[in-house]
Ligand binder design. Sequence first.
Ligand code: PMP
Length: 362
Amino acid sequence: SQDRVFNFAAGPATLPENVLLRAQSELYNWRGCGMSVMEMSHRGKEFLSIIQKAESDLRALLQIPPEYSVLFLQGGATSQFAAVPLNLCSPNDTVDYVVTGSWSDKAAKEAQKYCKPNVIWSGKSEKYTKIPAFGDLQQNPGSAYLHICANETIHGVEFKEYPVAQSGVLVADMSSNFCSKPVDVSKFGVIYAGAQKNVGPSGVTIVIIRKDLIGKAQGVTPVMFDYKIHDENNSLYNTPPCYGIYVCGLVFEDLLEQGGLGEVEKKNKKKAEILYSAIDGSKGFYRCPVEKSVRSLMNVPFTLEKSELEGEFIKEAAKEKMVQLKGHRSVGGMRASIYNAMSLAGVEKLVAFMKDFQAKHA
Ligand code: PMP
């Protein structure tokens, strides 16, 4: 609408307008129950219906097999950097990490406190612009799991296919491409994601875990990090992030109404394609450093050949209601995050602006 901007932030990020309006209309008095979702007991029948619907819609979207549990937790994906090793291995176990950017690097470092992680591949020397060929991965025999970050939010590299863990299970941080496309959940032992990019507000962390992996947490694991506790209590061991779960539920409904994740992926591909073509077709005025075959559909980093113009680019774009285009402080340049809720119109407007800006400054 008129008074909203095109928000290209990496997360928290833009949410579907219809979801926001629906939440607004239900905020004061949820479906005639006389209170808002923020005021409800998490054990009352109203909230139970909300969390159960959220879970069943997410199961429908991702076709999550029955032998997997879905947990709605708190603490962000960052908590999962610790929860994964605490729950899946003992202190002396080795585990493998593929480091394709800042987030998988952080995950591997956190795991050092709880087990023996090996970084079996790192893209650091190539500034995190690649995903390794799976045949080149030297997985350690006996590793409890192989960890990847499915989409590196800062560097804009995305796995298009997934490696197979030779021993143990595959674990993926899907924070920034969760529900952006269909995923074969059965290939993974654990999938985790912070909600605040594609599916809701910050404060909700979703964990999808194969049930046989639950119940082996290290003795020192805090209850809040123990998957078994949350699984046995259907994510209601303690007070969950109720309002956030409610908004995630509205987003899941919206994604189903759009026709599911296959349809959503088509839209995401189209948006990414026009943005990357604009960059690649700019004769070097704009550049994306990421290898073409692994470019993220969600986070598009790019630089200006004339880097002195970056400040002006961001300022001028903001005047046209396109905000949050500054790249992450660790890599500089620009980054356009174009999650599910960014419309094609938003990306088209950005591309038109980029062409104009280039014409003015070439
Ligand atoms: N992993 C990825 C891929 C992310 O993008 C982020 C957040 N930007 C995190 C982990 C950390 O998530 P949180 O802030 O929810 O702890």
